[in-house]
Ligand binder design. Sequence first.
Ligand code: ADP
Ligand code: MG
Length: 320
Amino acid sequence: MNIEFDLIARHFSRPAPPGYLGVGDDCALFAVATGHHLATSTDLLVEGRHFFSNVDPAALGHKSLAVNLSDLAAMGAQPLACLLSLSLPDVNHDWLSAFADGFYALADEACCPLIGGDTTRSTSGIVISVTVMGQVRPEQALRRSAACVGDDIWVTGTLGAADIALRLLQKKLPADPTLLAATRQALEWPVPPWRFGQGLAGIAHAALDVSDGLAQDLGHILEASRCGAELDYAAFPVASALQGLDGQLVQSAVLSGGDVYQLCFTAAVSDKQRIQALADAASLQVTRIGQITAEPGLRIRAGAGGDLISLSRTGFDHFS
Ligand code: ADP
Ligand code: MG
């Protein structure tokens, strides 16, 4: 049998739910609910750039979908389906089987069935491209341009752990097996708040997923919304694994570390209780870290009314 068809049949042909035409035809088919628009996003993961060659393939399968689900969450969209394109230097069925298990487990959990893709041999490393599709009422979508002066700025989950794990694996920090064990899960198995993101539609104003560092990513909202922000660093939800580390190191991981896949969003002060209730229902931590201001620029204070912090590094640059 043709290697490509055999690979797809063995690893990527689990049946789609009723109502979907999934893997096997020239196009997949599914419906979008009346009054909704299709929300789409795609992300590329390149071996040696976005993941280490020896990463657990199940974690990689999980993460390739997770980084896309966080984009849907950041838009307030409900996941509907995804596509997976793989470019592989060779066919390793054990690796593919674990990758598929990680991918499908998250797809099932998020109700985001895999309905197609493309598979081809690569001449260098592994390249993974996932496209997600979801639905959202266009008037409720969480656009980057929708922040209002006076809005609270919120962040979900905790910050900093993924960056510390990455720096340990890159040997940019001295080896520390205990710290790596405590932070690695955040880097390799990120869990974007896709259900909570849907709940924010129609409530929150602007939102985005933190992928390249909170300070840099929030800057995109400030630019698109033509406003500024003042943040209180003392309020930040620092990952508990970072307790006891050098303050400058923690600050750099929290403010500029990427690979977070949590949401940063803005909402009216009057919606504070609604947002807290939504987060409680999803068993999710949410933290108010500051306020949107008319004065442009991002100011981060060491504590409320305290000194300004200047950033020692900016976020991740995909072309550096
Ligand atoms: P085409 O020649 O039309 O591009 P392919 O032979 O590439 O079709 O793929 C056959 C079927 O398998 C299509 O339905 C396609 O969407 C699906 N498919 C291919 N690769 C993948 C993959 N990695 N994951 C899921 N579905 C895939
Ligand atoms: Mg094809």
